[in-house]
Design a protein around this ligand. Structure first.
Ligand SMILES: *Cc1c(COP(=O)(O)O)cnc(C)c1O
Length: 385
């Protein structure tokens, strides 16, 4: 009955139940600052999961991206190729170093950077390619890594949404020189705010540790490799405290189960919405055969002749927490000021205006999902009539 349906929020953060116990444990260990027992456990988990050389917890994915820009020695005027259809931090982290984001268009099927457009955007100033694995679906990493090799460019994966996703059987975050994960409360595996820098190149590890520890070799000092720690390089404070790491460890322990439960909800949406796609009322997300996604997000694309604002209002009026994103960076005030586009960004402009994200959180019921899909269908039909 619809009367049993009150409000369906867009997101409800999932808790495993052990988060607070681990926080108490960190307090009892007398460790509240960073890089204690729980941070080390998180590092080990991430390193064994992603097979990277080094994982370093950060206070956000944004911080991990900022560390990447410092590590790659980006300077004023250097160019970084990236999609415009992404969260601001992808670009902002590089703009902070004076680099210029060069925006290229996305693929219409996955909304990921169109790998075929990257080479054309390379100039003598290009230093790096930053890819974004949108909705936890991998970019065409084999092709992108080949382009980077050919032109001697670094690759950074913004894998904020990609924890536990795979491309060609390998975890997202294991392809680029560097990768960034997010554990923000809206992602799959959470610690409120939180993130990690994944370092896949051994020769970047030591400097990554220094940049993260205010420019000091404090990490080497803790390993008894030096007898005092001193200011070595540029840096800032990018590490989270142990309370965050304790929370995160509880989540990482259940990461596969969390992903499995989200996948059930994702699959249910996908099945419920299939008939609407057949009637051309919308299109559903596409996951290429060589990608395994993590059910981070369920989105739909409205037909061009349907007014998104009206559909969103109709669903919101029924208590359904639907949202959209992103305002493309190339058309945002700061994107215009600090970046430039390479070629027309037709897919970015068109698809970003048609996208609607549906609520997806562990604990959603079949009844709630059916209610959302019915309301969506009615709202679209209403617009088309
Ligand atoms: C969430 C997100 C970020 C930022 O993550 P924070 O941990 O909040 O800094 C960056 N890029 C993408 C693609 C994201 O989805």
């Amino acid at each position: 009955m619809t009367s049993s349906i009150k409000k369906i929020p867009f997101n409800i953060p999932f808790m495993t139940g052990r988060e607070l116990d681990y926080i108490v444990e960190s307090k009892e260990l007398g460790q509240l600052a960073g890089d204690g027992t729980f941070t080390k456990k998180c590092h080990s988990w991430l390193e064994s999961y992603s097979q990277c050389t080094k994982a370093l917890l950060t206070h956000s994915c944004t911080a991990a991206l900022e560390m990447s820009a410092i590590l790659l020695n980006l300077e004023a005027g250097d160019e970084v190729i990236m999609p415009s259809y992404t969260f601001v931090s992808t670009a902002n982290a590089f703009v902070l170093r004076g680099a210029v984001p060069v925006f290229v268009d996305i693929r219409p099927d996955t909304l990921n950077i169109d790998e075929k457009l990257i080479e054309n955007a390379i100039t003598s100033k290009t230093k790096a390619i930053v890819v974004v694995h949108y909705a936890g679906v991998g970019c065409e990493m084999n092709i992108i890594m080949d382009i980077a090799k050919k032109h001697d460019l670094n690759v950074v994966e913004d894998a904020a949404q990609g924890v536990l996703s795979k491309y060609e059987g390998k975890p997202l975050g294991s392809f680029g020189d560097l990768a960034a994960f997010s554990f923000h409360e809206t992602k799959n595996i959470i610690s409120g705010e939180g993130g990690a820098l994944i370092v896949n190149k051994p020769d970047l590890v030591l400097r990554a540790e220094i940049i993260r520890e205010k420019g000091t070799d404090r990490s080497s000092f803790f390993r008894n490799e030096v007898d005092k720690y001193t200011w070595q390089d540029k840096g800032s404070s990018f590490l989270p405290g142990e309370i965050i790491a304790a929370f995160l460890m509880a989540q990482l322990e259940d990461a596969y189960e969390i992903t499995r439960q989200r996948m059930d909800i994702w699959d249910r949406y996908h099945a419920l919405i299939e008939p609407m796609e057949k009637q051309r009322l919308l299109s559903r997300p596409h996951v290429p055969k060589n990608c395994e996604h993590n059910a981070h997000m369920y989105y739909i694309l409205l037909p061009q002749n349907v007014c998104r604002q009206n559909v969103l209002s109709s669903l919101k009026d029924q208590g359904i927490g639907v949202v959209f994103h992103y305002i493309p960076l190339h058309s945002s005030p700061a994107g215009i000021k600090y970046g430039r586009s390479n070629g027309e960004l037709c897919n970015t402009d068109m698809l970003s205006e048609r996208l609607v994200r549906l609520p997806l959180w562990i604990g959603m019921t079949d009844i709630q999902q059916k209610f959302i899909v019915d309301a969506l269908e009615k709202a679209i039909l209403n617009e088309l009539s």
